[in-house]
Ligand binder design. Sequence first.
Ligand SMILES: [Fe+2]
Ligand SMILES: [Fe+2]
Length: 373
Amino acid sequence: MNPTKTRINRIGTILSVICTVAEAVLAVFMVISGVGACAIAYRGEYEGIFREFYETNTVYRILNSLADLRQMDSRYASAIGCAIAFLTFLVLFLFLKGFRRLLKELIESEHPFSIELAKEIRRSSYVLLLSILYNPIIGAALFLLALLFSYLVEYGAYLQIKADQTNRIQEEMIVSFAEITENKSGQTGQHIRRVSEYTKALAKELGMTEEESENLRLASTMHDLGKLLIPSEILDKPGRLTDEEFAVIRKHPSYGGQLLENVEGDVMELAREVALEHHERIDGKGYPTGKTGEDISLPGRIVAVADVYDALTSRRSYKEAWDEDRAYEEIVKNAGSQFDADVVKAFQSCYPKIQEIRRKFADSAPSASDTTN
Ligand SMILES: [Fe+2]
Ligand SMILES: [Fe+2]
């Protein structure tokens, strides 16, 4: 989970507990002031514990001074004072109840800020204005605080909408890039689709969250982006490639890294890592840099397994598709040398899911022009 969201959740939980305690206190105050209002009105008892609830009360003070001026029974001023106290506690109680519900939403939802939520808080803040009758300073302060909070939520919602728009644009760009790469590299089958789905299954099996796995799925669709810079005569050449031609093809990870060098955004940065490292090997015999072990990023190590498994189980111009069992054995055999052992372990545990993806996105017709993975 995002660290800021973790902090929001922690603060939200603490505030929720404080609100619950405050609600209980307010409920007790409501009972006392409610009983006080009735007792004073019907029996004229306006001394004792009820006095605390109306003496500081603005309305009571005004009514009481009027009663003094006209030499009237101040009992009704006290009763109304108690009733105003009851009303104020009720308003605060309802506000806190609503606020606690909003906190719950804030904790549980991935996108907690919305314009509707901001409007709801603003409406509640106007109701809070009623507490001015009890104490103008406290009432005005509570109203302004609630109003400020509503504008903060609205600003949060605005930022959320902007972030969603940016993500959507990023996603659309990635899908376009993936389609262009697929067309250019002659991978007319569903290679990119399958590799990205295998990648997501492996990422989830390795404990990544849904959001992280989905980001990696998207990023992996661009793993062969560098093939855009490889001459079509080589990519489309039927039959085996010469060593020189293979040397050119092996440049595609570096080209992919260069194409994505100055990108920004979580998914695009992941895509650069994957494009650069999906042909690296744990034992250092991969390319383009010959990195070893954990010097290769986890996304790179995951896509390496997904990519090779799909290359093995797909037809290429120089080989027939291997059957699933043989490809599975090949991946397992190379754990710790070509592939990360933990990723292979995850591959073994989620193999039924991998098979399911392979069947779901099977090529409709074999492509004769595929050259490499
Ligand atoms: Fe590749
Ligand atoms: Fe590939």
